[in-house]
Design a protein around this ligand. Structure first.
Ligand code: 5GP
Ligand code: ZN
Length: 136
């Protein structure tokens, strides 16, 4: 379940050194090398899954529980004012490393980071059409 050509597989396995915040049998949490803010971290499963679509349900459950644990720890230790969970899937969505990961981005008042989107203004009929497409 490891891809030797994948940098995050190699980091998660400890073959490439990283600033590790947490490790267990299935996950490693590391500091991002290009942090948006102080403490920006990445949750990496040790097995190779390209994205959320490929991630098994059990790993997804464990990953979000781990995200909560790390978020609480960041709040306690870094005294951040907020925190963004960011998780990109596919190049179109901004993914650059194709090994599933969750970004934990602690936020601080006045940190100047912008994590967001341009809100649209759909008519009700358009929203309803989308709702039907997905829900039914
Ligand atoms: P993505 O754009 O795929 O959601 O996020 C990839 C993230 O991985 C980026 O924030 C980038 O800074 C980080 N990154 C890329 N290569 C490395 C690396 O070798 N080590 C660490 N710690 N972070 C990396
Ligand atoms: Zn990998």
């Amino acid at each position: 379940m490891k891809d030797d050509t994948c940098i995050f597989c190699r980091i998660a396995a400890g073959e490439i050194p990283s600033k590790t915040l947490y490790e267990d049998d299935e996950f490693r949490v590391i500091l991002d090398l290009g942090p948006a803010t102080k403490g920006h971290a990445l949750i990496l499963p040790k097995n190779h899954y390209r994205n959320l679509f490929e991630l098994p349900k059990e790993q997804a459950e464990k990953a979000i529980v781990l995200a909560k644990k790390m978020a609480l720890r960041m709040q306690e230790k870094l005294h951040c004012d907020g925190l963004n969970l960011v998780q990109n899937n596919g190049e179109t969505a901004g993914q650059t490393v194709f090994h599933f990961h969750i970004h934990l981005i602690p936020r601080y008042e006045g940190d100047g980071q912008v994590i967001g989107w341009k809100p649209g203004k759909p008519e009700d009929a358009e929203l309803e059409a989308v709702r039907k497409t997905i829900a039914e």
